[in-house]
Design a protein around this ligand. Structure first.
Ligand code: IMP
Length: 190
């Protein structure tokens, strides 16, 4: 089976391909789509669905997309759906991390979770899968692996950030792994 993964993020593509071992994953580059899909939804689910719908409507191919947010308790769930552009429209991961750490300077509650929603368009039907992982936010970025907020997220039960883990180790426990694993089980059975 062939499925297009609606993401320009090479790190995500690697993570997803290593879990969906029996599916031929096609990238946006493979189908010649190089535009940014505006994430105008007000929830992770809406953004996840609008990315998958855009490719399904334009190319009529089975596809899936994910949307992920870092939800921090002491920031009332922020950055959440705004995780990609928390420090402004042109912000990069370093800017976003710096803003999170600045806002949490005096927070003793460091609890947070990563949450992913995957949307699948398969034979004209839409399906959703979710995955989350709880953890805490470190007081400074640590580690060189991964991407996004990995260097400030310490998963529950560990004393390492995601960025101190190899991709393989992160992939055993991550939010995206859990959602993609549910997708994989669904695809095997359908
Ligand atoms: P999106 O799901 O690609 O829209 O990602 C939203 C934001 O969360 C971006 O800033 C990503 O870099 C970040 N992000 C998504 N997945 C992860 C992850 O697994 N670890 C750390 N940051 C992530």
């Amino acid at each position: 089976m062939k499925l297009c993964f609606v993401s320009n993020n090479k790190n995500k593509l690697l993570e997803v391909s290593s879990i969906l071992k029996n599916i031929e994953i096609i990238s946006l580059e493979d189908i010649g789509f190089n535009k940014e899909i505006p994430e105008t939804g007000s929830s992770l689910k809406e953004n996840s669905q609008l990315k998958a719908k855009c490719i399904y409507d334009n190319f009529n191919i089975d596809c899936f997309a994910d949307d992920t947010g870092l939800e921090i308790e002491s920031l009332n769930g922020e950055p959440g759906v705004y995780s990609a552009r928390y420090a402004g429209n042109r912000s990069n991961s370093t800017d976003n991390i710096n803003l999170v750490l600045k806002k949490m300077k005096n927070s003793t509650n460091r609890n947070a979770q990563f949450r992913t929603i995957v949307t699948l368009y398969l034979k004209s039907k839409v399906y959703f899968f979710d995955g989350s992982i709880r953890g805490t936010i470190s007081s400074q970025p640590i580690g060189k692996f991964g991407f996004g907020y990995d260097s400030i997220f310490i998963p529950e039960g560990y004393n390492l950030t995601f960025a101190q883990m190899t991709g393989e180790d992160k992939n055993k426990i991550s939010h995206r792994k859990k959602a993609i694993h549910k997708l994989n089980t669904f695809l095997i059975n359908n």
